[in-house]
Design a protein around this ligand. Structure first.
Ligand SMILES: [Zn+2]
Ligand SMILES: [Zn+2]
Length: 350
């Protein structure tokens, strides 16, 4: 099996050839058809998240062990199954849900693997899909994509379910009030598309980059706002008719968190998804007095992944621009993403 492995944090991924793993127990072996490159692969390859104030969250401390094959947005074809893997057909084209918990605790039994305290996520804590083969521990983490194109379906595994999970957290106002989406990169365009597929009223996209604002406008945003403008918060308040009921922050920096929370209406909710990093200080009285909510959202549950694929098979694939490149270009693709040069998604083909 050929793969690109993270061997040293901060260094390029290294090409390796190893024996192809054989599935045991409930495991399923996929031949990788497509693997999306996600912004969090950059954090993983650097080995830390920025906590602000000079503090770092080390991924080694959280259980990431090297060498590791990155890649958590994978579609593959089933080529072998373990003796206890039930209900999977050789040749089926499957999206691999990478957000895998221990599988045994009460949280996992509810299908909320993404909140398990012992996660084994593919491409994060166990080997992912920057390879020609991928081992998945159980059929419950596979979703049949039917005849959806592999390179268009792969980003649903992270970009898709992450934005779907965030949109579900503001479902109470989704159809009746505008939703503000901060960040119009790959995640933002996916969020805009799913917002529409879910029957959302109007989406207001915020980004500091005019190219990304224009992409958001073409993707159907009701309004676009320059998040770097001195009066950005007032512009959001005006565009939402008095303040936002729902802000989804796909950037997650000190500046965007401040902007998102300042733009809320009484009773509004700020959902933070992005892992750019930083910190902010908040006055406490406005929380009860304005009855605002701040909620973090981490990827999505096993149930949300199944709901998402069902939604996409009914309403069509999100029209997010996808560029394909050979797997061998993985380091160049990550460098371009780091430089902010990618509009939409890059998907690697082995
Ligand atoms: Zn991701
Ligand atoms: Zn668990």
């Amino acid at each position: 099996m050929r793969s690109f492995k993270l061997c040293t944090c901060g260094a390029p991924l290294e090409f390796r050839e190893d024996a192809t793993p054989q599935p045991a127990g409930t495991e399923v072996l996929l031949r990788v058809l497509a693997a999306g490159v996600c912004h969090s692969d950059l954090h993983l390859s650097e080995g830390y998240f920025d906590l602000g104030g000079g503090k770092r969250l080390s991924l080694a401390d959280r259980g990431m062990k090297l060498p590791l094959i990155l890649g958590h947005e994978n579609v593959g074809e089933v080529v072998a199954v373990g003796p206890q893997a039930q209900g999977v057909r050789i040749g089926a084209r499957m999206l691999a849900n990478p957000w895998i918990g221990c599988g045994a605790c009460a949280v996992c039994r509810r299908g909320e693997d993404n909140l398990c305290r012992s996660m084994r996520s593919l491409g994060v804590f166990s080997n992912g899909g920057y390879a020609d083969h991928l081992l998945v521990p159980h059929p419950r983490y596979l979703v049949d994509i039917g005849d959806l194109p592999a390179e268009r379906a792969a980003p649903l595994a992270c970009s898709g379910v992450t934005t779907y999970g965030a949109l579900k957290k503001v479902a109470a106002t989704l159809r009746d009030e505008p939703t503000v989406i901060i960040g119009a990169g790959g995640l933002g365009l996916m969020c805009l598309a799913l917002h529409r597929a879910m029957g959302g009223k109007a989406a207001i996209a915020v980004d500091i980059d005019p190219v990304k604002r224009e992409a958001a406008r073409r993707a159907g945003a009701h309004a676009v706002i320059d998040g770097g403008a001195a009066d950005a918060s007032q512009q959001i308040v005006d565009a939402t008719g008095g303040g936002a009921w729902a802000v989804i922050d796909l950037v997650g920096s000190s500046a965007t968190a401040r902007l998102g929370i300042d733009s809320l209406i009484k009773g509004g909710k700020y959902v933070i998804v992005g892992l750019y990093g930083g910190d902010i200080t908040l006055s406490l009285p406005p929380f009860p007095m304005r009855a605002i909510a701040v909620q973090g959202s981490y990827v999505g549950s096993v149930i949300e992944m199944a709901e998402l694929i069902d939604l996409v098979r009914r309403t069509g694939l999100p029209p997010v621009p996808v560029a394909t490149r050979p797997l061998a270009d993985v380091n160049a693709a990550m460098a371009e993403l780091r430089a902010g040069k990618v509009v939409g998604r890059v998907v690697l083909l082995p």
